[in-house]
Structure formats: C-alpha cells, structure tokens
Design a protein around this ligand. Structure first.
Ligand SMILES: [Zn+2]
Length: 684
C-alpha cells in the first residue's frame, strides 16, 4: 500500500465546530454567552412570526447559531433580532438562498484552491531552483482567514440559522430517507460548526510541523548496522527512513535467499528499539557510528562507545500534539474531543464503530490459516516482522526490464501521458465520449517528487496529475504510481463535475478516493496488456489483501487506544505515554496476533510514524482497503467504468450511506473474510 499522506493531496472539508464550555486554562478566551433562555426566546419570536414554519428546524438553526455567537457579534437583543430577520421561512426562499450560497462558495473555494495550486507550482513542479520567495509564497494560505471573515460579516450565521448541522448519527439514521436536496442542505450545515481562535490553530500547526520534521529526519543508516555476530550485511550507503523504508526493506528481503532473514531480524530489532526508545540517540540520522541493535552497543572507529538512549522524544512529540488539539476542544460544541473530530467529523464513522469493525476482522479465525500458509511458504515458524510478508504478490514474477521498456516507450514525457489518458480510460471500459470528457478536465504536470493528484474545487478548473518523468521516460514504478494518481483525478473530476449539488461535491472521506486510486493502480498491467498469467493470481491477491489489512488494522487499533489513553490521562508525561504505548501494543498483539504468530508480548505495532506526525490518521488506510474490496467484489460481474461513474457521482454522503447506495450494504469486513476462505480452499 502506498503512503496516502505523502503521495496524495488530502482535500478535506474539515468539520470545524465550536464552543460552549469554558476554557479553564485561558481566561481571555472568546466564547458564546447566549443562554438557553435566549435561544428559546429567539425560537419563540421566529415561530410567532412564521406560524407555518417547522419549529424543530427553527430551534436547530437558532441553537447552532447561538453556540457560535461571541459577545463581539452583538448582545442578546441583537442576537434575537438577527435570528428573526434572517430566518428564511418559505421553502422557495430557502432554496434560492441555498443556490446562491452554493454558487458563491464554489467561486471562493474554487479560486482559493487555484491560488494555492499556482503559488505552490515552483515547489511542486520542475521550474528551476527553489528560492526564498517561492518558499514564502508556498507557505502562504490565501484562504486562511475565510472562516474569521464570515463570522465577522455574519454570512456564517445566515448559513447556520437556515442550514443547520446534523450529527453523524442523525445523518446515518435519517439519511436514507433524505432527498438529494436534503442531503445537500445537511452538508452545508457542516460548513460552519466551530470557531477556534487562530492562536490555537497556529500553535497546532507549529507543533505538527515540528513532529513532521522529527519524523522526516529519523533515518537509520543500515550500512552501519550489525547482525548478532557483529557483521554488516547492508550496502554501505543504505539509509532508511523510519518506519516506511525499514518496513519496505523488510519486505524486499523476502527475495534475498542468502542474507534476507538475517537482515530482517536486524531491522526488526531496530524497530523495537525505536518503540521502546532504547535506541541510542547517536545512531539516529547519523552515518558515523556502527550499531548492534541486538546488544545495543555503539562503535566509533572500531571502538565501543557509551551512548545514551533517545530521551523519549518520540512520545514527547505525540504528547505535544495531544495538548495542542485538546486546547481546541472547548471551541467545538459537539465534536468536543480530537477523537470525535477525527472519527465522527473527518472519517464520519465513529471511533466505537471503527474499533468494533477492526476487531471483528483481526479476530477472524481465517487469519490463522493464512498465517499457516505463509509459514509453509517460508519454511519456518512465523516471526513478528512477517506481518509484512510480501510473497503473495504476483507482479514480482514479471521481468522488470521488460516492464520499464514498455512504460518508457509509451510515456517518454508528460505530454505523452496526457495524450494517453483517454485511451487508458477506454481500456478501463469508459466509452470514448466519457473518456474524453474526463481527460479534458485533467492536466498532466511534470512533478519534482514522486507525484500526487490535486483536484479542482470549482467547475471549469482542472484536476492535476503530478508525475515525475525522467529524461529516459517513465519507468514502471513511476507509471504504477501515476495510474494510482490518475484514479484520484478521475474521482476528483466525477465528484465535482457530475454531482448534482456543489455542497455534496467530493467523497465521504479520503479512504474513498484512495479506494478508487488503488482500483486503478491494480489495473496497471491490464492497461499495458501485460497481465500476469497465473491461475492462482486472484487467490494470491486475496491473501495479500487480507494479510495487509490484518497488519494495518492492528496499528490502527493501537493508534485509537493510545488516544483514548491520553484523554484518560491528560497529565501524563512522555515516559508514562511510552509505557502506555508499549502496553497497548502488547495487548493488541497478544489478543489478535499471538494466536496466529505463536509468540506473545510483541511491541512492533507501535512503530508507525503516522502515529507521531499524523494524529489518528492510520485508520483511514484500513477503510481504504475495506472499501476497495467491497467495491471490487460488487463490480466483479459488472462493468467497471459504469459502476465507478454511478458510485462516485453520489458525492459526499456519509461512508455507510454511500456504501449502502453503492453495493447494497454498509462498510463490512465480511466480504474479504469470505473471499479469503474461498482462496484458502482453492489453493489447498
Ligand atoms: Zn493515493
């Protein structure tokens, strides 16, 4: 699985919500002072003025407006007067206001997006040396003050009063009965739901950047690592960024029949020492010392050297993030913890429901059978790092040189890729008209990095496929990523241009766009007419997906439980948090992995870097895989292109509602469990 954070631009409508609770830490804090009596008063006044209007709707709008109304916006009388003047009682007036708001938001969000896109081009595209001006403008966000402005000019209050928000549970409960228009109104209700003072946002952004930098510089020099016997096995210059490169190196060493296992064991020791922070501080991002992660000895110039352990910096970073988001809690009337904002808000699946779904999968007895198959294929008992077993993939059977030649010939540069977009879509089953229609709305840009997909936010603008093509043409690896990004672009285009209401544009959460990106990516060889001819391919593919979901769900559960622990122990220090992460990782392992691996008390599940720098994002990967699997299962006997169009045209419903409409059932792990059972049977 590709790293979502690094290769994709996450265009999220973050559900910002607001404040009724006093914030004990800061007496100068702005907060709503509108009492329940005033809310009732305003509701009565409006209901008296418009006797035919739905009182519950009035009350909902007034309540949300009150929660966001600060003393600077006016006194109690002014609040009541505002509500009375601006409540739109007739359905026609409301519909007209909705249309105008939608048009204006599209203009504003669309152009802010264009400005960001353009200002970042010198950083993202190969436009020569990056200078200080490029960096300053790249860091500038033209839309940063939009929310503040809209509270000041009270547009936000017109929205909250007439298009109030619905909680996740309400959306899931009532959503199946709602018309598209009602859904769109409810989505507009998510536009203004919090009013977090900018000092907290700035503080968070600084702390997040510091965590990012800590992770971005966490390199392990594999060439300096020793095995148990003190020998060095990795190429001298090899540098591995934790945890991604270390994990990928473990995966690739399944192919090394001589030293692979020994190397995997070294890297496994490294990971454990990062988790428990016994890693010597000196070996992090330092190519000088040699290190034996088994004995934890450090050597410089062949001489043993005393080296202090990393001082729990890893957990201090996580703790800093926790305090930064917790400080914002009082400004969210409904989503008043970061856990709720990440799950009910961004993901739109509650944390409880998420954990239940994950536990259902990781406790499935079928995993024991998959583990046994892996053990048999490896010819040894499983070791904990086999959670990254990579041997079910059929593409490794292909001749890499042949693949590289094929993609280099077909895609010598970005223009060639652009020209090929319609034929790629036709190959995927889109008719020519649709293929051209979509391709016209996607631009291909030569990127500096490995690439990403950047969607438009208004009709008339294009989505951008950013890909890196060296002078020798696009190699297979680059092509494989480009097809993934193209999948994002197709989603971005359908869910903007073909969704009936602007307020509903997009997907329920990032996992949905990832699902389509992976569906495209998995068809990359079919597009090249170079599919692997292996009768077991589909079964092996299923086992691969099952095992990969097993791994990523475990780290997702750890991440969730660590956040719950932090909320239960807000005074904890870094050492206590470390202890908690170790205990939680061990418990998750003992409950769901030990039965498969036959080994207890493993801490490996605490290694993911996302846990430190992208708080509570990890679970999105599991959702991406679940959704991809459910969609693939559903469309297996249908036309891929038609179903992609039908499902992604739904726009931003809740995940469960979207899935119900798409495949006839809510998010579920049963399809992958069932298919794994079939694959095991077939391979026997
Ligand atoms: Zn992606």
């Amino acid at each position: 699985m590709k790293n979502i954070v690094s290769i994709c631009v996450l265009v999220l409508t973050v559900a910002f919500t607001s404040c009724t609770k006093p914030n004990g830490e800061d007496t100068g804090v702005q907060q709503s002072t509108i009492s329940q009596a005033t809310i009732d008063n305003a509701t009565d006044e409006i209901a008296g003025k418009y006797t035919e209007a739905d009182r519950s709707l009035i009350a909902r709008g007034v309540k949300q407006t009150a929660a966001l109304w600060f003393p600077e916006d006016g006194n109690t009388d002014e609040f009541i007067a505002f509500c009375k003047e601006n409540f739109l009682a007739s359905e026609d007036e409301r519909a007209l206001a909705f249309k105008k708001l939608s048009r204006n938001f599209e203009i504003i969000y669309g152009h802010f997006n264009q400005m960001n896109l353009k200002l970042l081009e010198p950083l993202h595209l190969d436009m020569g040396k990056v200078g200080i001006v490029d960096q300053k403008f790249g860091a500038y966000s033209p839309g940063a003050h939009l929310q503040t402005d809209f509270y000041k000019n009270k547009i936000a209050f017109i929205v909250t009063l007439n298009f109030p928000e619905y909680a996740l549970a309400e959306k899931n409960e009532k959503g199946s009965q709602w018309s598209r228009r009602q859904w769109a109104y409810a989505r507009m209700g998510d536009f203004f739901t919090a009013r977090v003072p900018s000092k907290y946002k700035i503080n968070y952004s600084e702390i997040e950047t510091a965590a990012d930098m800590y992770i971005a510089d966490y390199n392990i020099f594999a060439g300096r690592l020793q095995n148990k016997a003190g020998e060095k096995l990795f190429p001298a210059e090899m540098k591995l960024l934790s945890h991604w490169n270390i994990r990928d190196e473990i995966k690739s060493n399944y192919a090394d029949k001589d030293n692979g296992l020994d190397k995997q064991r070294i890297l496994y020791r490294v990971m454990k020492r990062i988790v428990d922070q016994t890693i010597p501080n000196e070996v992090v991002n330092n190519s000088t010392p040699e290190w034996n992660p088994f004995t934890n000895e450090v050597f410089v110039d062949g001489k043993k050297k005393e080296a202090a352990a990393e001082p729990n910096t890893r957990y201090q970073k996580l703790l800093d993030l926790f305090h930064a988001v917790k400080a914002m809690d009082p400004y969210y009337p409904t989503l008043d913890t970061y856990i709720k904002r990440a799950f009910d808000g961004n993901m739109e699946v509650s944390q409880q429901e998420t954990e239940k779904l994950f536990v259902e999968f990781v406790s499935s007895p079928v995993l024991k059978e998959v583990g046994a198959i892996i053990s048999k294929r490896l010819g040894r008992n499983l070791e904990p790092f086999d959670i990254w077993y990579d041997g079910f993939k059929t593409r490794s059977m292909l001749d890499q040189d042949k693949l590289n030649r094929a993609t280099q010939n077909r895609f010598p540069n970005a223009e060639a890729m652009k020209e090929e977009l319609p034929s790629i879509l036709v190959k995927l089953g889109f008719d020519e008209e649709k293929a051209n229609y979509l391709s016209d709305k996607i631009s291909v840009d030569p990127a500096r990095g490995s690439g990403h997909a950047w969607g438009a936010s208004m009709k008339g603008a294009k989505a951008h496929l950013r890909t890196r093509i060296p002078g020798s043409g696009m190699d297979y690896k680059g092509y494989n990523i480009a097809i993934h990004e193209f999948g994002h672009n197709v989603e971005q285009t359908i869910s903007l241009y073909d969704v009936d209401y602007y307020a509903l544009n997009g997907v329920p959460n990032t996992a949905f766009t990832e699902a389509l990106a992976f569906m495209f990516q998995s068809r990359d060889l079919m597009i090249l007419d170079m599919e692997v001819d292996n009768p077991d391919k589909e079964h092996l593919n299923t086992l691969d997906k099952c095992w990969s979901l097993y791994e990523i769900m475990g780290v997702g559960i750890v991440d969730q439980r660590v956040w719950k622990w932090m909320y239960e122990h807000p005074e904890a220090d870094a050492a206590q948090l470390k202890q908690a992460v170790i205990e939680i990782s061990t418990t998750v392992w003992n409950d769901y992995y030990a039965p498969v691996f036959g080994q207890k008390d493993e801490t490996l599940m605490g290694i993911y870097s996302h846990m430190i720098a992208s708080p509570l994002y990890l679970s999105a990967y599991s959702f991406g895989q679940i959704i991809e699997f459910q969609l693939e299962e559903y469309i297996a006997d249908k036309k891929f292109a038609d179903e992609v169009y039908r499902t992604f045209k739904q726009g931003k419903l809740t995940p469960n509602q979207w899935m119900l409409e798409a495949v006839g059932q809510p998010l579920s792990v049963q399809p992958i469990i069932n298919k794994t059972k079939k694959a095991i049977k077939a391979l026997k």
